[in-house]
Design a protein around this ligand. Sequence first.
Ligand SMILES: Nc1ncnc2c1ncn2[C@@H]1O[C@H](COP(=O)(O)OP(=O)(O)OP(=O)(O)O)[C@@H](O)[C@H]1O
Length: 683
Amino acid sequence: MRTVMYTPMAGRPVHSPDQEVHELDHPNLIMESHTRSKAYGIDRDDIPDFSPESPARLAQGLDENKFLLEHAMPVMETLHEQIANTHNMVLLTASNGLVLHSLGDMDFLEKAMQVALVPGVCWSEKSKGTNAIGTALTEELPVTIRGSEHFMHANQFLTCSCAPVFDPYGQIIGALDVTGDQRNFHQHTMALVRMSVQMIENHMFADIFPTAVRIHFHTRSEFLGTLVEGIAVFSHEGRFLSANRSAQFQLGMSFNALKGHTFSSLFDIPISRLHELRGNALTKPQQFVLHNGVSVWCRIKMKPLSLWSDGQAINTAASNPFKPPEAKNYAGMAPAAETGFSPARKVQLSTLHYLNTGDPQVATVIQKLSMVRGRDIPIMILGETGTGKDLLAQAIHGDSDRAGHPFVSVNCASIPETLIESELFGYEEGAFTGAKKKGATGKIQQANGGTLFLDEIGDMPRHLQARLLRVLQDKKVSPLGAGREVEVDVAVICATNKNLKEMIVRGEFREDLYYRLNGLVVRLPALRHRTDFEVVMQKILKSLCENGAQIGISADVMTLFHTHQWPGNFRQLHNLLRTAVVMVGCEGVIQRNHLPDDFLEEHEHVLQAVAQPSPSSAAAPENAMPNMPGDTDGQRLQDVALVAMTKMLQHHKGNVSAAAKALGVSRNTVYRRKEQLPPDVWN
Ligand SMILES: Nc1ncnc2c1ncn2[C@@H]1O[C@H](COP(=O)(O)OP(=O)(O)OP(=O)(O)O)[C@@H](O)[C@H]1O
């Protein structure tokens, strides 16, 4: 375990913003960075290329990073004052490691280094090997690299402390660094860098959401207004927009997890309650209780009520001067979103046509969906995790007559059971005493006119299943405590990777609801079963290399991909390709050494199983597919081996020699399994 520093990325642990890489984890971080540096083809004894980008390229970089520069430059001045006379430079870089601005006295540096620390020079890991800027950007963590920890010998007289800067959308947009002669290293430098970054990030918040509702909070009132305060931003309807790192830490959720929340689900009171605050109440700290029971002091910053348009949401996005940067494919930078697709790209993906990439099973799914188009038949999407259920639901909505209306997604597994009811059905003013006094519109009503996507429907608590059933039957929703019903017009799509029929037998899922939801049931195939694997892979690669560059994949790696089980399906493939592209760049060829070790180890198990056939293994490969990653022992390994052979034979159109060669086994090994392999792979 190395990562102890919080980052707002999905899937990462939520830690205090004060933490950084633990001392004990630091050697691992250095080791991994050195491994990457070698893989980039850098020689430790090389003389680094410190030539700056052309003036035109630098001007473009400065222009693209105007927002960052604007907020960072004043903070850099202050930081520079704090470290004056310590023979250090303050550097600001873009997310690709390009130095945008530098401050400080260079006299202490030799000529070569004076050249290296000026705007226009790139300090990505890929161009300079292990260094604080490149490594902090790659790891998305604050990192100090001292003297000999630098990969290239020529950089080893430096010590650098660098922290990445995240924008209010959770995307990495640059890094702030202090670099100096390693003999003058100061323990406190990193603390100063981190505080400065926090300051930059907080300033961005204030500027990006000028019309939204901003809640500044901390458990201790004396910390309000300081760098450690949490800031969470909501639309005037209460929709979550953003949260700084401290807010994510205090709320105990990553940026992505927070996206499914509202002001009322986090602060346990409806946002309308903020209407009532007048005069002093808006300037004095208020005490609220968070969803996790922790009491916090809050300062509320919002436009006065008179500027609200009859309770309508002010379009914060429209007034937002800053658009989140597209995920770029710079060395040393991983795109921030979990999916790897920016929201804009996701929209582009969201048509049925886009998803039809040649797999017959998917083509049938799309054909069936097209036949019920416009008929409001409830659709149930089945499939393993990461097979694209969410994307398909968006595509169905995007291609429907309802496309101009909301697509509201509810993940029944991620909302705490106690909140599902009010989230879905909403509640009326007075339904609750205390915190939830005012009313709130539920998701079902929010989806009115559009589509309600109930993801992980198998996790819907049983007592709410009956209420949902009534909504679907009567097309009416009754908010909690309302004593009245509101008509709703929603198309319902649900998704699950659970076996609902088995759940019905166990009494965990209502049969009547099941039959209400499954007007049309479609199953998305697992990635390992798709025949259009190479097409989708190329599409993903194209989306990762935005300049249109063609990235190659070596035959060896292609074989590996074809025989892999992909338990995480598209999500896993996407993450793997993203890492590989970072390693190889957009013009290279992905080789085995660009793939993560755990992926290669998993694959090694498959090959071992192929080489050691077991007579007891008679299961049909399709059925025997292991669903759990890491479950590779004994019988399952044999099954995995059969699948690998099946895939390879299909790939080589029944040519046993070619399949055996690709798998690294003898032809006899394949023939020995003939009885256990599907007959159609031999032609
Ligand atoms: N056909 C596709 N082509 C390219 N990328 C895809 C495709 N389908 C899904 N993805 C990508 O794979 C990731 C997972 O997709 P998605 O969230 O739709 O899966 P899911 O089945 O809903 O997963 P879960 O069950 O875990 O919620 C996303 O990044 C998505 O953009």
